[in-house]
Design a protein around this ligand. Structure first.
Ligand SMILES: [Zn+2]
Length: 69
């Protein structure tokens, strides 16, 4: 199974669900590192998540121990 893209899709779905709330609210997203067994939760505010997605090229959501800057 290819992990790549799956958790990106999950995170985008979380973001969509979360859009009713304030952008300062934190939500738990899933680490998008290439490690298949990684299901680390990454806590981000919606605005932090949007910044990652809006970056060019887009920055993956990563747990601190998996390469987040
Ligand atoms: Zn990870």
């Amino acid at each position: 199974m290819e992990k790549d893209g799956v958790f990106v899709h999950v995170n985008d779905s979380i973001r969509k669900l979360a859009s009713a709330g304030p952008v300062t609210q934190t939500w738990e997203f899933i680490c998008e590192c290439p490690e298949l067994t990684c299901h680390t939760l990454v806590t981000l505010t919606l605005s932090e998540f949007d910044d990652l997605r809006a970056a060019s090229p887009p920055v993956p959501v990563l747990a601190t121990e998996h390469g987040a800057r």
